[in-house]
Design a binder for this molecule. Structure first.
Ligand SMILES: Cc1cc2nc3c(=O)[nH]c(=O)nc-3n(C[C@H](O)[C@H](O)[C@H](O)COP(=O)(O)OP(=O)(O)OC[C@H]3O[C@@H](n4cnc5c(N)ncnc54)[C@H](O)[C@@H]3O)c2cc1C
Length: 378
C-alpha cells in the first residue's frame, strides 16, 4: 500500500495537518501509545493555543520565511477551527481553553482525516524511485510525500526524539545548533541564595544582551529549588547565549521612596518579605530603615534595581518547553518542501524557528501545517 502522505508525529502540527488534508490517503506514525502528549501538558493543562497579536517579532529565525508562514493563519482562524470550544483571553493577549487542553486534543482527533498508527517509532526514511520508505521497528510504510512533524528534543517524557533532525541530515539537509529554550536558569554559587526562596514569585524586568542587541522581558519570576524560572525568565532564555543577565526586582518602585522610609526595608519594599530577608542575609545585612545603612550598604541594596549575574546554565531539555534551532529554513522552499528532495516537508518545532512564550509555538505548529496542507491539497 502506498500512501499519498505520511506524517511523522501525532503532535500539534501533525494532527492539524491530518485534519486539513482532503481526499488523500494519509497516515500518521506516532511513537507514543496516544496522540498529542505535549498538547495535554501545554499551558499548565489549559493550552495557550494562540495570541491576539502574532508577529514575526515573536519568533527567532529567518524573519521573511516566518512571515509568509504566519500570513496563512490569523489567530481568529485558529479559534474558528476549534469553534465548539470556548477560549478566554488572558494576560499578554494569550488565549487559553476554558475546558482545558484535553478538549483541544479531542477536537483535533475528531477532525482527523488521517489514520493514526500508535506505538510506531520511526527509525529512518529513504527515497527509492520517487517513493519514501519509512522504517519503524517492525514495519515499513511507503508514501509519495513525507511530512516531518516530530517536534524537538524538549520533554523526552512526552515523546521527544531526534528523528526529524536525523532524517533531515540523512537527506543532506542541514540543522542548526540545538539548545533548550523557554526554560529556567540554574545558578552559580553566588546566587545559591535564590534556592532558599523556592516557591516565591514576584514581578521583575529581566534584561539580556545577545548579539549586540538588548532585550527586556517583564513579568513573573519564580524561584525554584534549582534556580529561577517563570515567564520573564523563560522568554529571556530564548535569547540567552551564556554570559550575564540583569534583573530589576523593583520595576515599579521609585528609588526615592527608599530614602523617605522610616520603616524597616522589608516593610518598605513591594517585595515578598522572605525575599528581602534572604537578600539582606546573603550580604550580611540586618533588616533596618534605609537611612540606617552606610553608603556601601546602600549601594548593595540598590542592586535590587539591577542585579547582574551569569546563570550557570539552563534546566536543560528535560524541562525546556521548546528546542531552539533545527532544520535550516534556507534548505526549504516557501511551502516548507526540501529544495533537494521533492515531496519531503518539515513543519512545527523541528524547524529552526522558535516562538516566545504566549501561544506562539502552537500557533506556528498550526500555521506551518496549514501551509503544507494547502500545497498537498492542490
Ligand atoms: C510543558 C510544555 C508546555 C507548553 N505549553 C505551550 C503553550 O501553552 N502554548 C504554546 O504555544 N506552546 C506550548 N508549548 C510548546 C508546544 O507544545 C510545542 O511547540 C508544539 O507542541 C510543537 O508541535 P510539533 O507538532 O512540532 O511537536 P510535538 O507537539 O512535540 O509533536 C511531535 C510528535 O512526534 C512524536 N515523535 C517524536 N519522535 C518520533 C518518532 N521517532 N517516531 C514517531 N513519532 C515521533 C512525538 O511523540 C510527538 O507526539 C509547551 C511545551 C511544553 C513541553
Amino acid at each position: 500500500m502506498i500512501y499519498d502522505v505520511i506524517i511523522i508525529g501525532a503532535g500539534a502540527s501533525g494532527l492539524f495537518l491530518g485534519a486539513n488534508l482532503n481526499g488523500k490517503k494519509v497516515a500518521i506514525l506516532e511513537k507514543n501509545s496516544s496522540a498529542g502528549k505535549k498538547i495535554l501538558a501545554s499551558g499548565g493543562g489549559r493550552c495557550n493555543i494562540t495570541n491576539r497579536f502574532i508577529s514575526t517579532k515573536n519568533y527567532l529565525g529567518e524573519q521573511k520565511f516566518i512571515e509568509q508562514i504566519l500570513k496563512i493563519l490569523a489567530p481568529d482562524q485558529v479559534l474558528n477551527f476549534f469553534s465548539e470550544l470556548k477560549f478566554s483571553e488572558q494576560k499578554q493577549n494569550q488565549f487559553f481553553c476554558d475546558s482545558g487542553a484535553k478538549s483541544v486534543l479531542n477536537v483535533l482527533l475528531k477532525r482527523q482525516k488521517a489514520d493514526i498508527f500508535y506505538n510506531e517509532e520511526v527509525l529512518g526514511a529513504k527515497k527509492v524511485d520517487e517513493i519514501f520508505e519509512i522504517l519503524t521497528k517492525d514495519e515499513k510504510f511507503r508514501a509519495r510525500n513525507l511530512v516531518i512533524a516530530s517536534g524537538g528534543l524538549s520533554y523526552k517524557a512526552l515523546g521527544a526524539s531526534d528523528i526529524g533532525y536525523k532524517i533531515a541530515n540523512d537527506f543532506g539537509i542541514e540543522t542548526s545548533t540545538l539548545s533548550p529554550a523557554l526554560v529556567g536558569f540554574s545558578v552559580q554559587k553566588d546566587e545559591f541564595w535564590f534556592k532558599e526562596l523556592s516557591g516565591v514569585s514576584l514581578k521583575a524586568d529581566v534584561k539580556i544582551n545577545s548579539k549586540n542587541e538588548s532585550y527586556k522581558f517583564s513579568g513573573d519570576l519564580l524561584f525554584t529549588h534549582r534556580g529561577i524560572s517563570g515567564p520573564a525568565i523563560l522568554n529571556a532564555s530564548l535569547f540567552w547565549q551564556k554570559g550575564r543577565i540583569c534583573i530589576n526586582f523593583l520595576p515599579k518602585f521609585n528609588e526615592k521612596n527608599l530614602i523617605n522610609g522610616k520603616k524597616q526595608l522589608s516593610s518598605v519594599l513591594p517585595l515578598p518579605k522572605r525575599f528581602v530577608l534572604e537578600f539582606l542575609k546573603k550580604f550580611g545585612l540586618k533588616d533596618r530603615a534605609f537611612y540606617e545603612f552606610n553608603d556601601n550598604e546602600r549601594q548593595i541594596i540598590k542592586r535590587l534595581f539591577a542585579y547582574e549575574f551569569a546563570p550557570a546554565g539552563t534546566f536543560g531539555f528535560e524541562r525546556a518547553e521548546v528546542t531552539k534551532g533545527g532544520v535550516k529554513s534556507e534548505f526549504l522552499d516557501e511551502n516548507l518542501q526540501a529544495y533537494n528532495v521533492k515531496g519531503l516537508y518539515f513543519v512545527g518545532e523541528v524547524l529552526d524557528i522558535t516562538g516566545m512564550l504566549g501561544g506562539y509555538n502552537l500557533h506556528f505548529a498550526f500555521a506551518s501545517a496549514l501551509k503544507v496542507a494547502r500545497v498537498l491539497n492542490l
